[in-house]
Design a protein around this ligand. Sequence first.
Ligand SMILES: [Zn+2]
Ligand SMILES: [Zn+2]
Length: 478
Amino acid sequence: MLEEELLSFLVVHKVIEMDEDYHGEPTAKMRSQCLQWITRLANDYPVILKKGIEKDQCNRCGAGKQYIHWVSCARCKQQCGYCERCLLMGKCRSCTRLYLFPLIEGDSSSFYTNSTTNIHLPTLTKFQNDALEKLIEFYQEPGTKDFLLWAVCGAGKTEVIYPLISLARKRKHKVLWATPRRDVVLELAPRLQKVFTDTAIAVLYGGCENRWSNGDIVLSTTHQALRFYHCFDLVIIDEIDAFPFHNDPMLPYVVARACKERGKTIYLTATPRESLKKRIKRGWKDSRFLPHYKLPVRYHGFPLPVPKIQLESKLGKRMKEINKIPVLESFLNRLRDERHPGFIFLPSVQALPQVKKYILKQDPYWDGRLEMVHASDPLREEKVMAIRKGEIQVLLTTTILERGVTIPRISLLVFQADAPIFDEASLVQIAGRAGRSAQCPTGEIIFLAEDITRAMKGAIGQIKEMNRLARKKGYLNY
Ligand SMILES: [Zn+2]
Ligand SMILES: [Zn+2]
């Protein structure tokens, strides 16, 4: 590695770990070179050196006592703690040295950031523009640190964020886009690069090759965001409700660590959890108040399809005994007759083969037209692709497909929708799969259950409320 390159790498305010067993870069030689450089830099740079684990706390991810395990360490030959919570990034131990490079205010940022000139922004709808205006207002206003964009499934929130990033880049600001899911990182990376053609974009996720790469825009999974220290002017946290350990103080830790002191954070979600909903309801004088904007309509301007509740008794028993379940049957018959694709959401992996068996016994038409999918299914992506291509017609799935999947003309049924795993957010996300294309903006969504739960009512209430708000704002196209 060239000295200059190394220097620029060090000065991007990363957290650098030494004595770690890296899978990829850097090599042992580079590591020792790095160490030498850090030592030299430390003379005129305010580098902070910390132990990986200190006083029952992880200095990398902020985890407390319950995550720290003490073992006799093969490397330091002592009782040495390591953190279980951020294990995905490699072991952070007592004998790991963390070098934190904080930002020096007034540091010429041009040193490491290149200018962005070629930007190809998509055209926004009126409602997307209204949301963008609020985001820009927030970004330019000193004081407020964070903001929530509550955008319905299919609103095109990613497109709303592009112009904001563009604004940040024109000011030579550095941007972090963190998302809990690796597949979102992989899907978003080429889209982002198409918009910002000449900008260096670093893509980081667990197991990726180029962990040491540097970019003016960093796209990463949440854990990887812990590699940065007071580095970004704009931090975007996507799908904040799907964040791992959402009841855990890790998220505030990640944000506080990666964001510059005067930086800004934007949270994106279609289904905020209670803690965020409480914060947006507080008065603006309250320090916990979270400013927010609701984007209540999809990019195509049609209202969100509203789920229907259908009740039947003894669903589990009837399933096992292959005893008629009329709602499920008529749902499948409609799919068969109208040649529509369908998702049937089930509360557990165990239920998948049962329901499959039931359906095949009831109607041999489905033989070869139906597949099952769950989180640890190695063929998950292939099966989603198969339904997209029309090679299969129905997927029986756990909640794993509740997010991120878009299939035109899809119909949805949630079997045993009163099961505890289907909380309000989950049901709103599931319903959000229907009617996403402009060619077919409607879609059937059935909650099949024995009882009506608060989650079912809440989800339907939330969807209707967004439609009402969209109508009030004059956003609906029809
Ligand atoms: Zn940790
Ligand atoms: Zn050790």
